[in-house]
Ligand binder design. Sequence first.
Ligand SMILES: C[S@@+](CC[C@H](N)C(=O)[O-])C[C@H]1O[C@@H](n2cnc3c(N)ncnc32)[C@H](O)[C@@H]1O
Length: 258
Amino acid sequence: MSGFAFDEIRREAEALGPWFHNIDLGGVVTAPEHFLGDYPAVKWRRFRHALPADLRGRTVLDIGCNGGFYSIEMKRRGAARVLGVDIDEGYLRQARFAAQVIGVEIEFLQMSVYDVAALEERFDIVLFLGVLYHLRHPLLALDLIRHHVVRDLFVCQSMQRGSSAQLHVEQDYPFSEADVFDYAGFPRLSFIEHCYAGDDTNWWVPNRACTAAMLRSAGFAIESNPEEEVFVCRPNPGDGHPPIFPVRPRRLGNGVSA
Ligand SMILES: C[S@@+](CC[C@H](N)C(=O)[O-])C[C@H]1O[C@@H](n2cnc3c(N)ncnc32)[C@H](O)[C@@H]1O
């Protein structure tokens, strides 16, 4: 912990709110009333064993890092470099403050997942937690991540609804086969036209079979599924779809590409 006084942390945490991530900043908790409890600590406890305990010398990209909870956990495991990106500058301000109070060095950058090619860098571990269903173009995002930024491990978590059964999907079906679409374990992505859970950024909610199928289709081999919503993957060499956008990184004036 750095040398912030308790009252200073409390005041600043309040000014930066509301928080989605509940983080303990020297006794000040940032989202004590979270509707999912002590979130995301309760989630993390269910899959943390599936990631390497020692991340020394490894690089991590946390896409949709929010208030920085997972970026901080990666740094606590000794990661050499952690970059957190998010489209929301308000959340990034929270993340910078949390990292500063806890005393860990993490880079935070405002960026959309659709622009990850601009990083022109691969990371040993890429976290993509709780973002997939917030996207209008989830497969495009997975294709871009697979193609441009994952070197070794890809950890994806999505809200899921519907059956958690996973049907073995055949390579092909005859045109006359219609029943399979009604099977509980068939990959299904539900489109939210308006709003779900009061959040109009929830667009597509997969069932468990669909999360797995989309990951495979984007060129990932699923190594484990330590928690119903969490998939630990590695790139399948030579597999995946080249993303249709952007074909190659575009240079911006500030040295960063987009
Ligand atoms: C439900 S929160 C998940 C936060 C964190 N990864 C976790 O699992 O606790 C979704 C986050 O994704 C971010 N986000 C949404 N769309 C994004 C996009 N296109 N690119 C990057 N981040 C995005 C939001 O700003 C928000 O911080």
